[in-house]
Every structure is written in structure tokens, then in C-alpha cells.
Design a protein around this ligand. Structure first.
Ligand code: FE2
Length: 367
């Protein structure tokens, strides 16, 4: 049979998707984390993979979905958090803007699945299914083999259970809770994700009425995480908006690397931190390095990190900033503190072994 007779839409999807295949899965598996360091990979949106010297692997907000794929009826669901927030009814044009860099079904090792909150771009039913169905295990504090825990706030746990994750696999955390796994300590902290506060359980005509109602408890809906590792303390702020309480977290904990959800909010929206907020967050947290995330993923919230750079350069001397921003790429690796002085990431460029094997060219003058 000819090639074109064998090709179908399904064969194209299977041979093309996920875009990075198992490249990143293999890289993470093969990474040997040096003592006193911690390796991290950006999975897109706020998805972060963390690996430690003791081989502790945790995922935070690993998500495998996308946004709009058709214009449909051009309307937003009544009761969607964005509709609740701004009173808009037109469909939000949030298309996924980055490739899938990890294959959730090819993950062989993970010690904990973490979610900061239950919005769709922070949890994955596909990944949950794989972790449950493949029987991946971890060890408890005494070295006893146990099933991999799913750790998140109450609403995330409810979502996992609704998907079929056994309740006994889930750990509900509130600010102040601490969980130890291998050589890391996970501290749950307050979230400041005010978009979560206007998120209702159901959308559609019978959605909850929020007008005049005292907000539900943020602690049930979202948490931030501090991950204490042998390489430093990592602060993951989920989708937190800016809060002056970042300063309290900065006083309560030593923070090395802080992730903040950055984005260019469309007019009528207050969902992501702005460039100014990212700098204010870093200053308040007293971190060493701040890394903007989330701005990559939605076409309608994409933002330029150079805006952070320009503001940083304007303010750093006068305000005596003790931190600097690091601009990452989805799929990239960052090892702390090894990469502490780096300001921006570039994917490996290859060709390090040039001229180490014989060339095959007509003349040297071709070069
Ligand atoms: Fe989000």
C-alpha cells in the first residue's frame, strides 16, 4: 500500500501528539540530581516537575488539556468564573499556545501528585488515571511502600474523587499543613486566587448566586505550596493574585525560588499578576529568584516577560532588590542553586561535538 493510502487523521494525531513524545519523560528519568541541588522542569501553564537528590519526584499542577477548539455558539457558559467576574457572555478565545512537553501516560516514577486548586488548567484526569492504573508506588517516612498520594485543597480532592481516584489516596491540605516525602517537605500555605472565589460548583442557568454572599473559604478552594528541598525552598503560588500577605510568607519562610502566575489581563479581567505584581511579590517573599509562569499557555493572556525585565531594571537600584527574575521556556530544566545566576533560559542548542568526527564536504571553503 502506498504511504498516502495508509495515512489517516488518527495516524497523524498518533504520530504527532504529544508534540515532544517521551523526550522530556526520558530526560527527567535520566537526570541525576547532585547533592545540595534541586532540578525543576516547566511543563507549561503552572505545571512544574521537581526532582531531588534522593530521587523524590513530585508534580505540581500537571495538566494535559487545552482550551477552545471550535467557535461553537460563540458564548461563554453562564456561571463560568470569568462570566461571573466581568458579566461577559461572549466566548473567551483561550486557545492553548504551547506544545505538550510531557506524556502523562509514559511517566514511570512519581512520589506525589500536587494541585494548587481545581481549575481545569491545573489538574488532569488523564494523569490521575495513569497514576492509579499503572500502580506507581512511593515510600512513606519509614521506607514502607505506599500508593502515590494526591495532595491538594478540599475542592481538588473532591475533583479527584469525582474522577474515580480512591478517597484514601487523597490528602486534603489547608494552610499550615506539612507533609514529608523522602527528602522534601511540602508546606501548604494561603492562596490569594480571587478568581477561585468567584468560581461556582455548577455553570448554566441554575448556577449558584454569589451576589451579596460572603465569599466561601479560600482554604477549601486553593493553596500555595512551599516545597523544602535539599537544593532550596521553592514557593509555588498557584494562580494567586497579588496580596500584601506575600510579605508574611516571606517573613515566615526562607524562600529561594518563587513562581508567580503572570499574564496580560484582557480589559475587564483581573486574573493574573502583572509585571509590577510579579516584582512586588518577589520583593515581599524575599526570594532569591522569581520565575513568571502561566503567561505561556492561553492565547488571550499571553504576555511579554521583557516588560518584567524593563521594570526590574528601572526599580532594582532604588528599591535595592535582592532578587532577580529568571525567564524560562516550557520544557526547560532549571537546577537550583547551580543556575542561580542565570537570567534567561535557552533550550539546549546541540552540536557540542562539532568537528570531532570527520566531515563529509567537497571543500573546506564550503564552510
Ligand atoms: Fe490557571
Amino acid at each position: 500500500m502506498s504511504k498516502i493510502n495508509q495515512i489517516t487523521r488518527e495516524s497523524w494525531i498518533m504520530s504527532t501528539f504529544p508534540e515532544w513524545g517521551t523526550w522530556l519523560n526520558e530526560e527527567i528519568e535520566d537526570e541525576v540530581v547532585e547533592p545540595g541541588t534541586v532540578a525543576m522542569w516547566w511543563l507549561g501553564c503552572t505545571g512544574i516537575w521537581v526532582k531531588t537528590p534522593a530521587g523524590c519526584n513530585i508534580s505540581i499542577d500537571l495538566w494535559c488539556g487545552n482550551g477552545k477548539r471550535t467557535h461553537g455558539d460563540g458564548k461563554m457558559a453562564v456561571g463560568h468564573q470569568m462570566a461571573n467576574m466581568c458579566g461577559g457572555r461572549k466566548m473567551q478565545p483561550n486557545l492553548r499556545a504551547v506544545p505538550f512537553v510531557i506524556d502523562p501516560f509514559a511517566i514511570k516514577t512519581v512520589d506525589a501528585v500536587l494541585a494548587t486548586h481545581y481549575h481545569q488548567d491545573h489538574m488532569s484526569a488523564e494523569y490521575a488515571a495513569h497514576v492509579i492504573n499503572s500502580g506507581i508506588t512511593t515510600v512513606d517516612e519509614n521506607g514502607k511502600e505506599i500508593p502515590v498520594p494526591f495532595i491538594g485543597p478540599k475542592k481538588s480532592v473532591e475533583t479527584w474523587i469525582k474522577w474515580g481516584v480512591p478517597a484514601e489516596r487523597c490528602v486534603t491540605v489547608k494552610p499550615g499543613d506539612v507533609i514529608k516525602i523522602k527528602d522534601i517537605e511540602i508546606v501548604a500555605l494561603d492562596s490569594f486566587d480571587r478568581t477561585c472565589l468567584v468560581t461556582t460548583d455548577s455553570t448554566g442557568p441554575d448556577r449558584e448566586e454569589l451576589t451579596g454572599v460572603c465569599p466561601t473559604d479560600m482554604d477549601d478552594k486553593a493553596v500555595n505550596f512551599l516545597i523544602k528541598t535539599p537544593g532550596g525552598n521553592i514557593y509555588h503560588s498557584g494562580d494567586s493574585h497579588y496580596s500584601i500577605y506575600f510579605a508574611k510568607h516571606g517573613k515566615d519562610y526562607d524562600i529561594d525560588v518563587a513562581f508567580g502566575s503572570y499574564g496580560e489581563n484582557p480589559v475587564g479581567m483581573a486574573d493574573k499578576m502583572t509585571s509590577c505584581d510579579i516584582l512586588r511579590m518577589a520583593e515581599a517573599l524575599r526570594c532569591e529568584v522569581v520565575i513568571p509562569i502561566h503567561y505561556d499557555v492561553w492565547t488571550n493572556f499571553m504576555a511579554d516577560v521583557n516588560e518584567i525585565k524593563v521594570l526590574y531594571d528601572m526599580k532594582k537600584d532604588r528599591l535595592d532588590y535582592k532578587f532577580h527574575p529568571f525567564f524560562w521556556e516550557v520544557g526547560g530544566k532549571y537546577v537550583y542553586p547551580r543556575d542561580k545566576e542565570r537570567k534567561a533560559y535557552h533550550h539546549p542548542r546541540g552540536f557540542e561535538d562539532c568537528f570531532e568526527a570527520p566531515q563529509n564536504i567537497p571543500f573546506r571553503s564550503c564552510l
